[in-house]
Design a protein around this ligand. Structure first.
Ligand SMILES: [Zn+2]
Ligand SMILES: [Zn+2]
Length: 385
């Protein structure tokens, strides 16, 4: 079968690989119908995630058709069309039982923090991902969710990560009616967080980035007030000034360790790798939120330390909430929002690329070319509608 293959930083290609096989009675094999490239895949692509091994297939955002099930799979049958959450979760452990599907204690033997994630290095379990024609899905009775009749696959595939992560970012912000919410990052997740902030009752939504085309998109899609930090001398001072000098009620970090905007953090985090990426957006979030406010973090950081202004967190009485989205917990509500037209996920997809051209797709997305917001890969054996 054809699959994306990691060859080292900035080098990926489409390769023929062996078909995945059922390794455990609770596995299923899924034929992929759509598979996105995620902003967090770029952390892998840029060589920022430890233990990303040559030969891995990335891809944690995919839909597919079940083609084989293990002997103990009860909820899925061959032929089912499924949304596969990016988290791999056992459904039975202490954390899964609390709905913390992103923190499953069984699916990732390598980490004490995050559970297993498809195609996200051996620090997230070493599972091959869905940027391929076929993928092995462990704990098949837990994560995969049947796609409701009539739902567009392009909407469904964004329910694997972008929509739940954006939604949970807003949910963790504890938004009260009328709150001012600032979202750092106008990537797909930041754009979705801005959209979802309204669903929680925000009164004002502001998005900060430095890419004009993405800010334009966020302005319309959010809708949101947008500002380019390149044209602002001091983003923290600026945000205070436009929020009655008190600061925002809620700040959302939808950037993570790949942030631009600070030469110091870029040097320490991105070039020298002395911190787990550049924590610039997180600095801004902590420093521009109101005293007593909430900072919600969904941006991806590595497991090592970051230079975060923890003194300001304490002295301002900030609540920090953070996690990988618990996709399975959120899916029923999000499917409702999509079906009711309150969220239109597929509008984010700007590029639909055959799996054979995965290398070009990574390059376009990474270099922010051609107005790219969200690229989706489609195996050429699947009819692109
Ligand atoms: Zn993702
Ligand atoms: Zn579990």
């Amino acid at each position: 079968m054809l699959a994306m293959d990691y060859r080292g930083p900035y080098r990926v290609r489409a390769e023929q690989k062996p078909m995945p096989e059922i390794l455990h009675p609770e596995d299923a094999i899924v034929r992929v119908t759509r598979s996105c490239i995620c902003g967090s895949d770029l952390h892998l692509y840029h060589g920022m995630v430890p233990d990303t091994r040559i030969g891995m297939t990335f891809g944690h955002e995919f839909t597919g058709i079940v083609v084989e099930v293990g002997s103990e799979v009860r909820n899925l049958a061959v032929g089912d069309h499924v949304i596969v959450p990016f988290n791999i979760a056992c459904g039975k452990c202490h954390f899964c039982q609390q709905g913390l599907f992103g923190n499953c204690h069984e699916s990732n033997s390598q980490a004490t923090a995050v559970g297993g994630i498809f195609g996200y290095s051996h620090t997230a379990g070493g599972y091959d991902g869905g940027q391929a024609e076929y993928v092995r899905v462990p704990y098949a009775d837990v994560g995969p969710t049947k796609i409701p009749a009539g739902m567009d696959l392009d909407d469904a595939v964004l329910l694997t990560d972008v929509v739940p992560t954006g939604y949970q970012a807003a949910e963790m912000g504890g938004i009260q009616r009328g709150d001012t919410v600032v979202v750092f990052g106008a990537g797909p997740v930041g754009i979705m967080a801005a959209r979802c902030a309204w669903l929680f009752g925000a009164g004002r939504v502001i998005v900060i980035d430095h890419l004009e085309y993405r800010l334009d998109f966020a302005r319309q899609y959010g809708p949101a007030e947008v500002y380019n930090f390149r044209s602002i001398e001091d983003p923290v001072y600026f945000l205070k000034k436009i929020t009655d000098s008190l600061g925002a009620d809620v700040c959302i970090d939808a950037v993570g360790g790949d942030a631009a905007g600070s030469a110091l953090h870029t040097l320490l985090g991105t070039k020298l790798k002395l911190e787990a990426g550049a924590a610039t957006a997180l600095h801004w979030a902590i420093n521009s939120v109101k005293k007593g406010g909430i900072v919600s973090i969904v941006g991806v950081y590595g497991p090592t330390g970051n230079l975060v202004p923890i003194g300001n967190v304490v002295n301002k009485g900030i609540t920090i909430r953070a996690n990988q989205a618990s996709v399975k917990r959120l899916l029923p509500r999000l499917i409702e929002h999509v079906q009711a037209g309150r969220i239109n996920p597929k509008a984010l997809i700007t590029h639909k690329v055959p799996l054979e051209e995965v290398s070009d797709a990574y390059h376009i997305f990474s270099a922010k070319l051609d107005g790219c917001i969200k690229p989706v890969l489609v195996p050429s054996s699947i009819n692109v509608a």
